[in-house]
Each structure stands twice: as C-alpha cells, then as structure tokens.
Design a protein around this ligand. Structure first.
Ligand code: SAH
Ligand code: SF4
Ligand code: F3S
Length: 469
C-alpha cells in the first residue's frame, strides 16, 4: 500500500470513522477529567490494530484523543524492531519530543522495541515513564493508573502469558477494513527474526470470540474484515469447538453482509490445500494469499530455519495456481542474509520467475539483537546487499508489469477506499489486492464498483467505472 494511501485510510483520531464499536456500559472511567492521549504507530498491521485496541482501551478509561503529540497529556509510540532502521525511528521521535515536552506530559514506548530494549529505554530516554511490550497490553490500563497515582516509571515486560489482548472497545481507524487478531505471538524460530522475542509465544483466541467480534463489526457496517496473525494459518482454536483455520475462515465468510474476508500472514510450513479449496468455495474470501518465501535457496532457507524447502514451497504455489479461480500470490524476500552467495541469490531470482508473483516486499538483511543470526558474521557487504535488492526489485517490477498488463480490458470489482481531489481520481482495491485509480467522486468511498482496466503499471492499474454493483 502506498504511503499516501496509508495516510488517507488511517485517518487521524479527530477524523475517525463513525463505525466505532460502542463501549460496554459500566466501564470504570479512571482517567482524570479531560486527559488526552496521542498514539503513533510504526510497523506491521498487527501493530496498527494493537494501537486501535490501545486507543479503545484508553477511551473506555475516559481519555480523549488529541490531534497532535504536543497537546496530548499521554504520548504513546507503538514501535517496530524488525530491522535496525525501523527500531531507530522511535529514538528520533523521542529526541524531537524532548525539546517540546511539557512537564506534566507522560511518554510511553509500546510494542516490539519496548519489549526488546526494556528498561534500557529509560537510560537512553529519561523522559520516558512507561515501557510495555504487546504481551503485557492486558495490564496496560493498570500501568497507566499507577503512573497517574504518582509512580515515576512502570514497565510491562513479561512474556510469560497465555492471554490475548481483549478490550471491550476498539477504536477503528480504517473506515472500510476491520482488523481482527486471531493469533498472537509466534512459535517459529526463524534465525533472523525478533518477533518470537518481542511478541512472545503463540496464543490463539477462542473461535466464538472471533466470530462474535466479526458479527459485531459487520453489524456496525464493515463489509471487509482482515484476520491477523504473524503466522495466521497456524491458528489452533483453544475452545471446545476446535475449529481449524479453514473452518474459521468459512464460518466468518458466511456472516450475512460481509463482502470481503482477508487474512495475513500465512506461513508456508502450516499451509494446507484446504485454504485454497475454501477460497474456491466462498466468493467472500479474497483471491489473494500472502505467503512469504524469504529466499529461493535451500541452503539459505535452512540457515534461516524456515522449516520448508524451495520444492515444498513451490508445491504450495502449484496448488494455489491450480485453483478454479485465479488467486494472486505475494511474498516477502530478504536479500544478503549471512552466507548468501551469488548462486543462492540467483536461486531467489529464478524462484521469482517460477512463481510469477503478483507482489513482493523485499528487504536487505538487517542483523538484530537477541536473534541466532545476530551473532553470525554479517558476511554480505551493505553495497552488495543494495545491488542484490535493486536487481531483485527490477526483476519483480517486470513480472508485475506483465501480470498487470494482462488485466487490461477486464472488468474488476473494487472497493473504493479513497479519493484524490487534485486528480479527481477514486482509489479502489481489487479482491486480489491490486490498486486501481479511476475518475471518480469523493462520495464513492466505501462503495463496491465494477471498473474496466484501461492501463497498467507495475504497482497499480488505471481504469474507468463500468457500473455500480
Ligand atoms: N510472520 C511473517 C513475517 C513477519 S516480519 C512471516 O513469517 O512471514 C515481515 C518481514 O520482515 C518478514 O517476512 C521478512 O521478510 C522481513 N524481516 C524479518 N526480519 C528481518 C531482518 N532481520 N532483516 C530484514 N528483513 C527482515
Ligand atoms: Fe518471524 Fe519467522 Fe515468526 Fe515470521 S514466522 S514472525 S519471520 S519468527
Ligand atoms: Fe515490527 Fe513487531 Fe510487527 S517487530 S513487523 S511491529 S511484530
């Protein structure tokens, strides 16, 4: 998704959608009258949704959203630690905020950097008084109360939990797509990755809670739901119903009024063909699967501890490609992992050709603290990583351009997600997760329309409205 679109979609609190769920009655409002909060989010969709839940929990406590960090009584940064650059961002923000900080302003660091750095954050940024990782969000309200009662510094850093973060009120910042976390944490042990250490062990939410949240959201007017998890398809229902991931998908998809159901991120080791069958059966399930491969070389995959081979991955791809309706496939790729040779990299390029991906998110390997690979020699020089990344992105650009151009002349269903007034263009998204720009109106946002594709670039399509659906 383009940065611009992210800004349009994830509206500021003062522009938040009117589709927020209503807090349960009887919630204890413990915030001193008139206190405000501001939360800035970095990182993945799970973080985005965690922030929606944190904002909801604070609102239920009586806080109001401030429109900027300077005016807020409580400033929270929900952070990402996946790569070095991402982790640095919060320290830049904290540095800037320090210059304008009021005495009575409370600053908290949440998320993956909080969990990773823990109390060291207080050393680097003494103006911070709250450090809390996502596994401790169920205790966040209590931590904030302790600060309000006069404690100088509080932390929530335990990973020893079986709980998921349940709130009675979630502030929904995306007016069209509602997120539902179905599984938290990660039990895989990819050697390059901080997530198992920052988000804790895998915990699945009971299916009945997920289904009632989904029904509530559809009742509130949402037509698109996205189920979230770092390894979403590793979902294991802890309730007596013991629904499989695919059964859960189909149960959510049958909710009357729901038009689109997405899920991310699928892990290849837990990928089963019944997911493809479910997409074939249910038109509500979007025809898109995000299935990160990371690398095309078995030697590197083994060192990454990805627990599948190139051949096994390609079997999943042929299963998806043989589906009765076309399903787009996207992926994540890391270049320049420890010990990656030119031949290994060539194997990743050849895998891109074989799979013919619809979209690839690619990254230079970034050694991370508290990971196995973080202790290994970071053997590929930065310059070489840059060369490989550019070569991979160019190869994938050509693949996407060809695949997108093949859609010219077709009529596609889009959900209109935004309007660009300067261009007079509506921005829609296809079920396959492609962006289509077409002449439109601001009032069309939120509607489903048929659009005829007239031109295509590597990252988006251009079209014209065919008819309202
Ligand atoms: N759970 C998902 C990925 C979550 S992190 C999965 O297993 O696929 C999102 C992406 O960040 C990963 O897919 C990987 O491509 C990238 N990534 C993770 N750690 C990284 C690191 N140390 N350096 C560079 N990229 C990394
Ligand atoms: Fe990280 Fe691997 Fe877990 Fe994905 S599956 S979050 S890459 S450890
Ligand atoms: Fe980043 Fe944590 Fe998500 S490290 S990618 S915010 S799980």
């Amino acid at each position: 998704m383009s940065q611009e679109l992210v800004q349009i979609l994830f509206s500021r609190p003062d522009q938040a959608s009117d589709k927020c769920e209503v807090p349960f009655s009887g919630v204890e409002r413990s915030a001193p009258a008139g206190k405000t909060f501001y939360i800035e989010t970095f990182g993945c969709q799970m973080n985005v949704h965690d922030s929606e839940k944190v904002a909801g929990a604070l609102t239920a406590k009586g806080y109001r959203a401030a429109s900027n960090c300077e005016s807020a009584d409580l400033v929270l940064y929900n952070t990402c630690s996946i790569r070095e650059k991402a982790a640095q961002k919060v320290f830049t923000r904290l540095g800037t905020l320090k210059k304008s900080q009021r005495e009575d302003q409370t600053i908290g660091v949440l998320g993956c950097v909080a969990q990773q750095e823990g109390e060291r954050i207080f050393g680097r940024a003494p103006h911070v008084s709250l450090v809390c990782g996502s596994a401790s969000y169920p205790r966040l309200g209590e931590l904030i109360d302790r600060l309000a009662a006069g404690e100088r510094r509080v932390t929530g850093l335990s990973l020893d939990t079986e709980d998921c973060f349940e709130t009675e009120f979630t502030r929904r910042d995306n007016p069209f797509r509602a997120y539902i976390t179905i599984i938290e944490g990660c039990d895989k042990s990819c050697s390059y990755c901080v997530v198992p250490g920052t988000r804790g062990p895998e915990r699945s939410r009971p299916a009945d809670r997920i289904l009632s949240e989904a029904r509530r959201l559809v009742g509130a007017g949402y037509t698109e739901i996205q189920l979230l998890g770092q390894t979403v398809n590793s979902y294991r229902d802890p309730s007596p119903a013991r629904l499989t991931f695919t059964e859960l998908l189909l149960r959510v998809a049958e909710i009357t009024g729901l038009k689109r159901l997405r899920f991310t991120t699928s892990h290849p080791s837990d990928f089963t063909s019944d997911i493809v069958r479910a997409i074939e059966i249910s038109p509500v399930l979007c025809d898109h699967i995000h299935l990160p491969v990371q690398c095309g070389s078995n030697r590197v995959l083994a060192r990454m501890r990805r627990s599948y081979t190139r051949e096994e991955y390609l079997e999943h791809v042929s299963c998806i490609r043989s589906a009765k309706r076309a399903i787009s496939i996207s992926s994540d790729v890391i270049v320049g992992f420890c010990g990656e040779t030119e031949e290994d990299f060539e194997e990743t390029l050849s895998l891109l050709d074989l799979v013919d991906y619809d979209q690839v998110f690619s990254f230079k390997y970034s050694p991370r603290p508290n990971t196995r690979a973080g202790r290994w020699e970071n053997s590929v020089p930065e310059e070489e990583k840059g060369r490989r990344l550019a070569a991979l992105q160019e190869r994938q650009r050509q693949i996407q351009l060809r695949r997108n151009q093949a859609l010219i002349g077709q009529e596609l269903d889009v959900l209109v997600e935004a309007f660009q007034p300067k261009l007079g263009q509506s921005v829609g998204r296809t079920s396959s997760n492609r962006i289509v720009n077409f002449p439109g109106e601001a009032a069309w946002a939120g509607r489903y329309m048929k659009v005829c594709v007239t031109a295509a670039g590597p990252n988006s399509l251009v079209g014209a409205r065919a008819e309202a659906v």
